[in-house]
Design a protein around this ligand. Structure first.
Ligand code: PLP
Length: 378
């Protein structure tokens, strides 16, 4: 049998490796502790307590009350719950939602769905660095607006949006503000109080938790229409038997990040700089997309006169995993909506790849990534 080539995984924005601590925390809930948390006998007590403890831990990690956090199947569901949950409170009233043109498709396609149902949607532009301007938001607000949804960090270029400023604008007009923080939670400190948001989406598999688990923060008093009808779990906000192991694993993963978030950020940011420096030193012709305020270890690079997809496949053959656009979009060969929105010059735009580093990467791997790219380019 042919030996497996060692994988250099540099696509942590697509998903991350499950943390050992998360796996260990999950195991009992996948084996002997299989009780349904909603049942009335003693066997349900432990899973019920595990959910409550996880909710407390997650709420305290983001500065929320436990009653303000409910569990979902991930980022896509959290985004859908937030946008549709607010919109469906105003059926047939042609209300408006304001979002940005660089959101994840979980938000963009929820907006497309809502616009087909008669809602109005405004898509704010971004500048060359991918930043939404508070002034553009101010000007876009109309009397029919009910909700603003702007992501905290972009999944393709890593740009961190000025969410606190944008939320303040929305609130000055009495509007609700949602942020998709799927790429931010676990990577940068996220505090719902200082951000001033009303709703916040997160997904465990982006911060070394399990796939298929996430949460939505909903500020006390915000009235969401639940999308799922059923047994009334999660205080009626999200019916369906809870994914106990997933929830416990998510809390363990977030807890692990909380203790080392700054040191980890410094470590992977150094790796990011090393990669960029090496490519510059080899005189590669490329642009670094995004801005100074970015998710640690995340970099979008546009190389001149080369196909990003070709780069991806050649790197793949060398055992290196990177992305072109966003992972959830990888079947598309057209330019990603984010690359288009930030106006990458046309001779560079097609050559865009995304490298997203994590704590499993080291300097030797960065050297391998840069020399592989240099080899392909020359
Ligand atoms: N929002 C953002 C910004 C993302 O990057 C992703 C996934 O890539 C999602 C939402 C969807 O999250 P999930 O994969 O948990 O459904």
């Amino acid at each position: 049998m042919k030996a497996m080539k060692t994988l250099i995984y540099a696509d942590n924005a697509a998903t991350t490796r499950l943390a050992k601590e998360a796996l260990e925390a999950m195991l009992p809930w996948l084996s002997e502790e299989y009780g349904n948390p909603s049942t009335l006998y003693g066997f349900a007590r432990n899973p019920r307590k595990a959910i409550a403890d996880s909710r407390n831990a997650i709420a305290s990690a983001i500065g929320a009350k436990s009653t303000e956090v409910f569990f979902t199947s991930g980022g896509t569901e959290s985004d859908n719950c937030a946008l549709k949950g607010i919109a469906f409170r105003f059926p047939g009233q042609k209300k408006r939602i304001i979002t940005s043109c660089i959101e994840h498709h979980a938000v963009l396609n929820s907006c497309t769905f809502l616009s087909k149902m008669g809602y109005n949607v405004t898509y704010l532009p971004v500048d060359r660095q991918g930043i939404v301007s508070a002034q553009d938001l101010e000007q876009a607000i109309t009397d029919d607006t009910i909700l603003v949804s702007i992501m905290l960090a972009n999944n393709e270029i890593g740009t961190i949006e000025p969410v606190a400023k944008l939320a303040a604008v929305a609130h000055a007009h009495g509007l609700l503000f949602h942020t998709d923080a799927v790429q931010a939670v676990g990577h940068i400190p996220v505090d719902v109080q200082s951000l001033g948001v009303d709703m916040l989406s997160a997904s465990a598999h982006k911060f070394n938790g399990p796939k298929g688990t996430g949460f939505l923060y909903v500020r006390e008093g915000v009235d969401l229409l639940p999308l799922l009808s059923g047994g009334g779990q999660e205080g009626g906000r999200r019916s369906g038997t809870e994914n106990v192991a997933g929830i416990v694993g998510m809390a363990a993963a977030l807890n692990k990040h909380a203790s080392s978030i700054d040191a980890d950020a410094r470590y992977i940011e150094n790796l990011r700089c090393r990669l960029i420096d090496q490519l510059h030193n080899a005189n590669c012709d490329f642009i670094v997309n995004g801005c100074k305020e970015h998710i640690p270890g995340s970099v979008s690079l546009s190389f001149r006169n080369i196909e990003g997809e070709m780069l991806l496949h050649r790197l793949d053959l060398m055992g290196i995993a990177v992305a072109t656009g966003s992972a959830c979009n990888s079947k598309e060969t057209v330019l990603s909506h984010v690359v288009r929105a930030i106006n990458v010059p046309s001779d560079y735009a097609n050559g865009t790849i995304r490298v997203t580093l994590g704590m499993d990467n080291d300097e030797a791997q960065i050297d391998q990534i840069s020399s592989a790219i240099i080899k392909i380019l020359y």
